[in-house]
Write a protein that binds this ligand. Structure first.
Ligand SMILES: *Cc1c(COP(=O)(O)O)cnc(C)c1O
Length: 388
């Protein structure tokens, strides 16, 4: 670990293993049936070197801002293989996506009107028209999803009840209709949850077949494949999800013979390929409790502190690396340097007795790390990120 730290030149840092990313993409592809494309959700980790690596491996990228759109283009992702979702797209972002030729996942009537105005003012015809898919907030909920993003009242997508009116507007605004997008949750570890969401999604979409202005070309069934973080959690049964996708493909093609499907995975592709490494500054005892104070914390790794949408705060898998890592384990809290009790990287974990200079490692840190953390909070130095 000290050699790696020397190579990076500082702590704290994130290190991602490109080989593990490659293997993960291959493993996912091996369970996806023909006709299902694999996209990467840039939001999970937008590190430019990682995007460059992934651009050669996946079929496309899912972006959620103008900045992510540029990052995907810079990485070499073909513009036609980029889809753009997000509940608050600015007019500028819509123009940017149309000019690039990306697929827009439309989430409101306002977006449709702005796109229609663009068709008229830019005089877009034929293949140059804005490409749109409707992002639907389904009329069912995913139970047991770590972070629910579909069903009930949501800012994401348009309610299923509004879809018929939206489809009519897609046609009247002169847009190029390509299909639907449904993303109902994140960090799902139970295959049966994904499978049932898929079945219900397909049934819902097919109910609108006669209302679509043209046959559906693609259905994006979202991401949400989870990875185990905590004791007692096991890996997702991806083979079962693959089988369900094969059934869904068959069912979809009865209705739309030309259509393809897309899964857009973030966490699942990169989460397990990354570690976060910081250095122990001191070991402090306060009224019987041991605090291991490090130079890293929630400003770099909000998720490890349990404040990134988690309902229950439980420690990530962690380890201590250093001269004293042979020492007897003791129960400690590992904290960062920020002046807030929220800055706790691991609570009540067993670690060998830590000494200043030891390295503290957080595993499962390749997704929702640096870019999903409040780096400016308390003005500590930024962390480094490397792809090895
Ligand atoms: C965040 C997001 C994803 C990725 O979710 P993961 O749980 O990381 O797979 C995919 N699609 C959309 C629209 C998203 O917002």
């Amino acid at each position: 670990m000290s050699r790696l730290a020397e190579r990076v030149g500082q702590t704290p840092f994130y290190a991602l293993d490109r080989r593990r990313v490659t293997e993960r993409v291959q493993a996912v592809r091996s369970v996806l049936p023909p006709g299902v494309s694999l996209y990467y959700a840039v939001k999970a980790n937008p590190m430019p070197a990682l995007l460059g690596h992934l651009a050669g491996l996946v079929d496309g990228m899912d972006v959620a801002s103008g900045g992510e759109l540029n990052a995907a283009l810079n990485a070499g992702c073909p513009p036609s293989a980029i889809c753009f979702a997000g509940p608050g797209k600015s007019e500028q972002e819509l123009r940017q996506a149309v000019a690039a030729g990306a697929l827009l996942h439309v989430e409101s009537m306002r977006e449709l009107s702005l796109l229609g105005a663009l068709v008229r003012s830019w005089g877009l015809t034929g293949a140059r028209r804005p490409r749109v898919a409707l992002r639907v907030n389904p009329d069912f909920e995913l139970r047991s999803a770590g972070m629910r993003m579909g069903g009930g009242a949501q800012v994401f997508g348009v309610d299923a009840e509004q879809v018929p009116a939206m489809l009519a507007a897609v046609a009247s605004e002169g847009l190029c209709f390509e299909g639907f997008h449904v993303y109902a949750g994140s960090q799902i570890l139970k295959a049966e949850v994904l499978v049932s969401a898929l079945e219900r999604t397909l049934a819902m979409l097919q109910g609108w077949a006669s209302l679509c202005p043209s046959p559906v070309l693609s259905v994006n069934v979202g991401g949400g494949w989870g990875i185990p973080y905590h004791a007692g959690e096991g890996p997702l049964d991806t083979a079962a999800v693959g089988q369900a996708l094969a059934c869904a493909m068959q069912q979809m093609r009865q209705c739309w013979p030309q259509a393809t499907m897309t899964v857009e995975l973030g966490r699942y592709l990169v989460g397990e390929a990354g570690i976060y490494v910081c250095r122990v500054l001191e070991r402090k005892v306060s009224r019987g409790q041991i605090f291991v104070v490090t130079d890293g914390g929630m400003h770099h790794h909000l998720a490890a502190t349990g404040h990134f949408g988690q309902v229950i705060r439980r420690p990530f898998p962690v380890a201590l690396a250093g001269a004293s890592s042979e020492a007897l384990p003791e129960r400690v809290n590992v904290v960062g340097p920020l002046c807030t009790p929220m800055d706790m990287l691991a609570q009540h974990v067993e670690l060998p007795r830590a000494e200043p200079g030891d390295f503290f490692v957080v595993f499962q840190s390749g997704a929702y790390g640096a870019s999903a953390s409040p780096q400016g909070f308390l003005s500590h130095p930024a962390c480094a990120e490397v792809l090895l």
